[in-house]
Design a binder for this molecule. Structure first.
Ligand SMILES: C[S@@+](CC[C@H](N)C(=O)[O-])C[C@H]1O[C@@H](n2cnc3c(N)ncnc32)[C@H](O)[C@@H]1O
Length: 201
């Protein structure tokens, strides 16, 4: 299954540049698993693009936690430029080699993004309007990050895999939040959770 990517030629070129750099760096620093590299577009780029499509395009500050090779955060920063959005994107990643890769792609694609080579837990609050994180941890853990880094009126967008129902039940015993479930249109996870109003139980 795939989602349509309705962007300008210039944005497609930027995404191609990103994909090329990722293929070049991946054997050295394992940005995505080797088994998914041939499927880069559907497994990673389209998957990230659908996360972008769930947020308003007037966002001031989008923060992506545990960005790794840049999914979804770097695709989101490139897509925001396509919309002429003033959005600033922050990518948080603890691995210095992955940060070097992310900064290289940002330079080559002129994306409006900054990379913080920090741990999410110790970083001062980012007060983000939108917070995303893919393949980073349980919903309970992600809500503790949202509690720290999301602005009061912000929205968290978390794609979740097969165990999402159990994660949701576990998280509800520790956190209060409102959520909306969106069916994923790509292969890598059945649902995307849109979450607001996070506070401790
Ligand atoms: C499984 S990878 C997922 C990467 C990317 N989001 C994706 O979906 O392809 C998780 C990434 O989060 C980073 N990470 C894990 N815990 C972190 C923390 N506490 N602070 C900052 N980065 C962290 C790891 O270094 C790794 O690159």
């Amino acid at each position: 299954m795939s989602v349509a990517l309705n962007v300008s030629r210039e944005t497609m070129d930027r995404l191609e540049t990103y994909a090329e750099l990722l293929r070049k760096w991946n054997p050295k620093i394992n940005l995505v698993s080797k088994s998914t590299i041939d499927d880069l577009w559907s497994r990673h780029i389209m998957d990230s693009a659908q996360i972008y499509s769930l947020a308003p395009h007037t966002v001031g500050h989008w923060a992506d936690l545990g960005s790794g090779g840049g999914f979804p955060g770097l695709v989101i920063a490139i897509m925001a430029a396509d919309q002429n959005s003033p959005q600033k994107t922050t990518l948080v990643e603890s691995d210095a080699r992955k940060c070097a890769f992310l900064r290289t792609v940002i330079r080559e694609t002129e994306a409006n993004a900054v990379v913080l080579n920090e741990r999410i837990e110790t970083l001062p609050s980012l007060a983000a309007d939108i917070l995303s994180a893919r393949a980073l941890g349980s919903l309970e853990l992600l809500l503790s990050f949202a509690d720290r880094h999301l602005a009061k009126t912000g929205t968290a967008i978390f794609p979740k895999g097969a165990s999402w129902e159990k994660e949701l039940a576990d998280a509800q015993s520790k956190w209060k939040f409102d959520y909306q479930l969106v069916k994923s249109e790509t292969e890598s996870g059945p649902v995307i959770m849109k979450i607001t109003g996070v506070s401790r139980v």
